[in-house]
Structure formats: structure tokens, C-alpha cells
Design a protein around this ligand. Sequence first.
Ligand code: ZN
Length: 170
Amino acid sequence: MLLIQKDMVVSVHYELQVEHDGNMTVADKSQDQPLVFIHGAGMLLPEFEQNLAGKTVGDSVSFTIKAENGYGVHDEKNIAHIPAESFHDENGKIDTEMVKVGNVLPMMDNDGNQFQGIVVEVNDDNVVMDFNHPLAGKDLNFSVTVADVRPATAEEIEHGHVHGPGGHHH
Ligand code: ZN
């Protein structure tokens, strides 16, 4: 029976719940295929891996990762007031189908870096966008079931990713 530790390839089914407007909602979950990762390779949140250390196939664990150890706290600095003109089309109008509260828009900074932001407010002067990670400020409540554990091959450790089912094919 193999226990989860560094350099094991681990397959898990998981569900992530966060609180949203006072209710617990599912933010993410594995579908038919499990999530497959190399333990200790730094692919996942460190606390996620720590909570699975020593577990084996069939084990289920539930744990909470505080926001500051997850996707960070919600930072006001990541909220931008962008002049409405920036969103004007050739007719000097905002496309209100696209630029509306709750929509996620791809944006580019002056250096050409792409960001995703969510529209939180649209007024005559500004479009207010939040560039925080969608799960910033959220405590992450995970339920995880271990589906498979096997040693990583030397090649997988060298590449830093899993080969075969759930991983890279090359
Ligand atoms: Zn590879």
C-alpha cells in the first residue's frame, strides 16, 4: 500500500466549496477524470498537498485552506477605475452586452500582459474592474478522495509533470 509522499503521482477526485453571499457553493470539482499531480512538485497549493501526505487509495479527507494560504486576500489595489472612453467602439458607445456587471473581460496593460478582470460597476465616467483572482478572499473548503497513488518515473520527475492518463502525452 503506497502512501502519498514526495514524488508520488497522485490521482484524486475533489470538490471545492466556498462561501458566496452566505451560502456554500461548489466553485470547482473534478469531473469524470481525476486530478493527477506529482506530490511535492509545486503544482498545487502547498497546503492542499500537505493535507494529503500519508494518505492512500480510498482515503477521503476534508480540510479548509484559509484565503491567505489559498488564492490570497482580496486586495483593493487590484480594483481599477478605467475611463469609459477606453471601452468605446467607433461610434463612441460602450458595448453594453459585453461591458456589464459580472462579465469577465480580457484586458491588456501597456506592456502587453494579458489579465482577466470582472466588471463590478459601469457608470458614465468609468468602468470599475476587479483583477483579483476570483477566489481571492475565500476560504477554500476541499473534500478529496484518493483514487490512485504510484511512484513517479524518473522522466516525470525530470519534466515536473505527469505522463499518461491525466497528464502529458508526448
Ligand atoms: Zn514530459
